[in-house]
Design a protein around this ligand. Structure first.
Ligand code: FES
Length: 317
């Protein structure tokens, strides 16, 4: 659907907050906290942004975009080119990061721009009247997004902001919060969004205390390079073609160069759009979309980032 940017306001250092409205000014689809939309930009790129409205229904969406130093064109365009009145195409909201229905305590941990889905969740938990705490880790005070909302009632009593901590100090703060909540509530659910290293730390500490099923994460960041970048061959079983993937190429780029149509969106292994069925060989997963169990099952992979651990990987294309 098409939307128009109705306002742009600064949201902290290097962050712009966009309000979007339907071009016909009608209502936008409702969604649950934690949802994101795909935003198709006029430069041909598609990027995912979490919705961070106070209310998950109404006539506007709100997204916040941090200008990434290594932007491949998404955040750059939204910072340098986008202006009020620009028209964007967006998808319906999708949610792979939903809140559980109930918990003794919902612990929300955000790092940097990862505050966006976490903010929606905090508002949702306020509406539900369910217990929660929000821990927000930022590089420095100027990097705090949504500072006014987070430090004013009604969210403020549940929010703690940690500014300028080292990774070790952050891990210690997270561990002590988790330990404190483990004493207070029987069922603690943990949600985290932020840079990869931050989320890894949260996930490791939280899973050790509350188990794998109680820890939920959302990631829109670049997947770190995998351990191997060996060349391999993609065997397309339906079209009976072999496509070579060199060490410095992605499987997706090679498929596209060979004229194979394949849906894709984020191109960094987080959205699941390019999911492709594997029929033989062993995939080497580098995405942040599939669960550990799905990766072990070895029946699909994400060609935008994932590769092959065998010389040949047969896929259902
Ligand atoms: S395009 Fe998003 S996971 Fe591949």
């Amino acid at each position: 659907m098409n939307v128009v940017i109705s306002s742009i306001v600064p949201g902290g250092a290097g962050i712009r907050v966009f309000e979007l409205r339907a071009c016909d000014a009608g209502p936008l689809p409702a969604y649950a906290a934690g949802a994101h939309i795909d935003v198709s930009l006029p430069n041909g790129l598609t990027r995912q942004y979490s919705l961070c409205c106070r209310e998950p229904s109404g006539n506007t969406y709100r997204i916040a975009v941090k200008r990434e130093p290594q932007s491949r064109g998404g955040s750059d365009w939204l910072h340098a080119q986008a202006q009020a009145g620009s028209v964007l195409q967006i998808s319906h909201p999708r949610n792979a990061f939903a809140l559980t229905a109930n918990a003794g305590m919902h612990l929300l941990l955000a790092g940097g721009i990862g505050i966006t889905p976490i903010l929606s969740m905090a508002y949702e938990l306020l509406r539900r009247g369910q217990p929660f705490r929000l821990l927000y880790f930022v590089r420095d005070d100027s990097s705090i997004a949504f500072a006014e909302e987070l430090t004013a009632s009604p969210l403020a009593p549940q929010v703690r902001i940690f500014s300028g901590l080292s990774p070790q100090q952050s891990a210690a703060a997270i561990a002590s919060t988790l330990d404190a909540d483990a004493q207070l509530a029987a069922d603690v659910q943990v949600y985290t969004c932020g840079p990869g290293a931050f989320m890894n730390s949260v996930v490791e500490l939280a899973q050790a205390r509350f188990g794998v099923a109680s820890v939920h994460k959302e990631s829109f960041s670049l997947t770190p390079p995998g351990p191997s970048t060996a060349a391999f061959v993609l065997r397309l079983i339906r079209s009976e073609r072999d496509i070579a993937v060199a060490a410095d190429q992605t499987a997706l780029a090679c498929l596209q160069a060979a004229g194979i149509e394949i849906d894709c969106s984020c191109e960094v292994g987080v959205c699941g759009t390019c999911r492709t069925v594997v029929t033989d060989g062993i995939a080497q997963h580098h995405d942040a979309y599939l669960s550990p169990a799905e990766k072990l099952a070895n029946n699909c992979f994400m060609p935008c980032v994932s590769r092959a651990a065998t010389a040949v990987l047969s896929i259902d294309l």
